[in-house]
Design a protein around this ligand. Structure first.
Ligand SMILES: Nc1ncnc2c1ncn2[C@@H]1O[C@H](COP(=O)(O)OP(=O)(O)OP(=O)(O)O)[C@@H](O)[C@H]1O
Ligand SMILES: Nc1nc2c(c(=O)[nH]1)N=C(CO)CN2
Length: 159
């Protein structure tokens, strides 16, 4: 069965925009994943651990025949290919791919939580997601547009 999923991408090390472009290119080449649309890129203030460089973030809409776990594994594979090394939690990264939404499903497993547990409070996710799907409802959280209206002020500037 083909389903639509949303993947959040972020980079705050090196050539940030180029990192996102390479990650999107690799993601689109994964068998069973078709890139449908990509939101504009945004320059965003770091959230969580704030003593780090600003990020570039975007969101991709994909159609996939992969299961949620397979799609997450594909995201982690793309991170590895871009040379991501895990350090400080919420700290600097060459690339980060988060599985935000998978066909409106709710998944609560040790290694996979969908909708992504922090997406609804992150302007760097909600702003690009709203570009693609303003009317989308995040299961158990609410509509993208409404969530965005209530989110804390975080600087998110379109590039
Ligand atoms: N929806 C999801 N998307 C991506 N990773 C997830 C998801 N749910 C659970 N995980 C798990 O979380 C791990 C990713 O942690 P990671 O280091 O990328 O977190 P982070 O990006 O620092 O923080 P955050 O999760 O707040 O964005 C993955 O190894 C994966 O198993
Ligand atoms: N602006 C911004 N801040 C973050 C980001 C991110 O992608 N963008 N990712 C984090 C960990 O997932 C923590 N903080």
């Amino acid at each position: 069965m083909e389903v639509v999923a949303y993947i959040g991408l972020g980079s705050n090390m090196g050539e940030k925009k180029a990192n996102l472009k390479v990650a999107l290119e690799l993601l689109g080449r994964v068998p069973g994943v078709k890139l449908l649309r990509v939101a504009p890129f945004y320059r965003t203030e770091p959230v969580g651990y704030t003593d780090q460089d600003w990020f570039v973030n975007t969101v991709a809409e994909v159609e996939t025949t992969l299961s949620p776990r397979e799609l997450l594994a594909a995201c982690l594979e793309v991170e590895n290919r871009l040379g991501r090394v895990r350090g400080v939690r919420w700290g600097p990264r060459v690339i980060d791919l988060d599985l935000l939404l998978y066909n409106g499903q709710v998944i609560d497993e040790p290694a996979l939580v969908v909708p992504h547990p922090r997406m609804h409070e992150r302007a760097f996710v909600l702003v690009p997601l709203a570009d693609l799907a303003p009317d989308l409802v995040i299961p158990d959280r609410g509509g993208v547009r409404e969530l965005l209206a209530g989110v804390d002020r975080q600087v998110v500037e379109q590039l």
